[in-house]
Design a protein around this ligand. Structure first.
Ligand SMILES: [Zn+2]
Length: 333
């Protein structure tokens, strides 16, 4: 009996009551033992008496423990738990189209050995402008074009992720092969074609003997991985303060395949990015010997690539959180 009491476990209040009746009731096992005790010879009484007492104490302890346990849980819930009740439903979210495209762009450049670097969105004049060869009178330095947080010394919301390129060049010895995804800010009136913030992935490759041919091959690889294997590219001469020579790159229209359609304004080409060879002044500004090293850089708007991929006509849709728009990308990967 002592063994049975020690092993007893109750799963509910009813089982506790059954246990109490079996051992502690007026006609239960323990009172029966006390009745039989009168017939035990005096020589055995002491030993048996101790055992019966131990049984009584153990039984009471078990009863107290389980009674207390079930009373507590009843008080806490106030009612019995209905496990069949359906739980509240939380709809799973979807990836934002810009995140989908950014991840894909990062994957493509990762395959070429580019690492990913991040930097602050609030920048000083040196990292956003001066180190990148922006002359003092450049329009980007104007309040009309850039969100300044402080003047003299100038602190602004970065206008491109090139500021991260500067930070990496200042702290890393070439070879450098990195991309810089991030949000950038410009003081633009918000419309279907322009926004005060957008996203870029810039890239930088600096090593011995890096040539314009390397730049072209890297961007051709990107365009074909991003769009299709038969995508053509063309480079048009352009100007940026931080690259020389500079170019803008078009790809053959991914809708009509270059034949000409409304989307490409019947030219067969659509512009996707700016690029060029890093200006030697920029390398020197960042402590890299421009006689020993050369490099190329490029900057791609993630919104631009997303528009080409999904034909989103209005830039504002990316930041309006309209579920009717966002749900269309549920299956996109
Ligand atoms: Zn077209």
């Amino acid at each position: 009996m002592l063994e049975e009491v020690k092993l007893f476990v109750a799963e509910n209040a009813d089982q506790v009551e059954q246990f109490r009746i079996r051992f502690m009731a007026r006609k239960g096992l323990i009172s029966e033992l006390f009745d039989q005790f009168k017939e035990v010879p005096p020589s055995d009484r002491r030993e048996l008496g101790l055992l019966i007492n131990e049984l009584k104490v153990s039984t009471q302890e078990k009863l107290d423990y389980f009674k207390n346990l079930f009373e507590q849980s009843e008080k806490a819930t106030g009612e019995t738990i209905d496990l069949t009740l359906p739980a509240g439903f939380r709809e799973p979210g979807t990836r934002h189209p810009l995140s989908i495209v950014r991840s894909e762009m990062i994957r493509i450049f990762s395959r070429l050995g580019f690492t990913v670097n991040d930097g602050p969105e609030i920048e000083d004049d040196w990292h956003n402008f001066s180190a990148l060869n922006f002359p003092p009178e450049h329009p980007a330095r104007d309040m009309q074009d850039t969100f300044f947080i402080a003047k003299d010394p100038d602190i602004a919301l970065r206008t491109h992720t090139s500021s991260v390129q500067v930070r990496v060049m200042e702290t890393t010895k070439p070879p450098i092969r990195a991309i810089f995804p991030g949000r950038v800010y410009r003081n633009e009136a918000i419309s279907a074609r322009a926004h005060c913030f957008f996203h870029q992935i810039e890239g930088l490759y600096i090593d011995h003997d890096v040539s314009f041919a390397d730049l072209k091959q890297t961007l051709l690889y990107f365009a074909r991985e991003m769009f299709s294997v038969d995508t053509q590219i063309r480079l048009r001469p352009s100007y940026f303060p931080f690259t020389e020579p500079s170019a803008e790159m078009d790809i053959s229209c991914n809708l009509c395949g270059g034949k000409g359609c409304g989307f490409c304004k019947y030219t067969g080409w659509v512009e996707i990015l700016g690029c060029g060879m890093v200006d030697p002044n920029v390398l020197e500004n960042c402590g890299i010997d421009s006689k020993e090293y050369t490099g190329f850089a490029f900057g791609i708007g993630i919104e631009r690539i997303t528009n080409l991929r999904f034909q989103v006509k209005d830039l504002r849709m990316f930041s309006e959180n309209d579920l009717r728009f966002l749900r269309q990308f549920e299956g996109a990967f």
